[in-house]
Design a protein around this ligand. Sequence first.
Ligand SMILES: [Zn+2]
Length: 56
Amino acid sequence: MDYEITHIAMQEEFKVCPACGYKDGFHSMFKRKGDIIKWLFICPSCHKVFDLGFIK
Ligand SMILES: [Zn+2]
């Protein structure tokens, strides 16, 4: 894994990047961890990866 995953708590909405302030939402990525698949979000501007606790 060549990137860091930032865990943040889901608030009212998740639209603005907490790292760089980009305002227009996130790309999605999915990562298997054992029996679950984590749904992660990537900022299109600074490329940080966020985990809000969503799993499939
Ligand atoms: Zn960002």
